[in-house]
Design a protein. Structure first.
Length: 287
């Protein structure tokens, strides 16, 4: 058990960082990351909670890519004309002001004008986010007469479209709920689920989630009719549609604190008489 906890703490302390450098842009001193290095460099960072993107030309000039709003609250998409001018008229019709889209665009341009350029663009439409969490649960869909709360730990791999602000995502989750002296029940669950971020900001998001399919390995000890302890191990597969809510709070360029109320109710499992207590706090980082 101690080794598991040490491993989890080690993983929580780890995150992927990009190399970054200080630049002076129109009087601002900015720490920027280099995403593409070529005839045109793509620089970016999140500054005061907002994504900002810049192009560095061969002569060292740094130009910010902007997308401001007019008096009618419509986006002006200035970044498209800026990039068209910098790339000798390369089409920007389908270009979005996201890291993935800009990276593909600049990478394609660099490759088209420099035969020695080595492409850094990996065609990846999906991004991965790894998370670890710990909390308490009363196993709301299992008979629990005294409403005993027990500790649980979990890990998950979240999969979403490579976009600055993904709204939809899927996840693969593994978690273990421990037994206690008063409640001799433990389970290891593997789950496949879906999330929708109905509040989706650069610094935080709030989402609803549903576990679509679960595989549980349970260990329970109970008294039989002769007051003898009986231990039972079972494996069960369900399509329960377990609903929950959660929030991710950005704490670094690629990392988040997450709060999850994982099991509020289920479409195809009965609550066993106790109001759900299934709360976890964790840490996530982009891979």
């Amino acid at each position: 058990m101690k080794k598991i906890l040490v491993a989890i703490l080690f993983c929580m302390a780890f995150q992927i960082n990009y190399s970054q450098q200080t630049y002076n842009v129109n009087g601002e001193s900015l720490e920027l990351k280099t995403e593409v290095d070529g005839k045109l460099d793509l620089l970016w960072n999140t500054i005061d909670g907002k994504y900002r993107y810049f192009i560095k030309s061969e002569d060292g000039t740094i130009t910010e890519l902007k997308n401001t709003k007019n008096d009618n609250n419509d986006y002006q998409e200035e970044y498209k004309s800026t990039l068209s001018n910098l790339t000798n008229g390369k089409s920007t019709d389908k270009l979005k002001l996201t890291l993935y889209s800009l990276k593909s665009y600049i990478d394609s341009y660099n490759a088209s004008i420099d035969s020695n350029y080595i492409s850094t663009n990996i065609e990846r439409n999906l991004q991965l986010r790894l998370g670890f969490s710990g909390g308490i649960t009363n196993n709301p869909f299992v008979g629990n007469p005294d409403n005993t709360k027990t500790p649980m730990i979990g890990t998950e791999l979240e999969i979403f479209e490579a976009n600055s602000l993904p709204r939809h995502s899927g996840f693969l989750q593994a978690r273990h709920a421990f037994e206690s002296d008063d409640f001799k029940y433990s389970t290891t669950e593997l789950a496949l689920g879906y999330r929708f971020r109905f509040i989706n900001k650069e610094t935080f998001s709030i989402y609803g989630q549903v576990k679509l399919a679960t595989l549980n390995f349970t260990d329970v000890t109970f008294l039989d009719e002769n007051d003898m302890e009986v231990n039972s191990n079972e494996t069960s597969f369900d399509i329960p549609f377990i609903f929950g809510v959660g929030s991710d709070i950005k704490v670094g360029d690629n990392s988040y604190i997450t709060i999850i109320y994982g099991e509020l109710f289920a479409a195809f499992l009965d609550n066993q008489g106790n109001f759900s207590t299934d709360i976890a706090v964790g840490y996530k980082f982009n891979l």
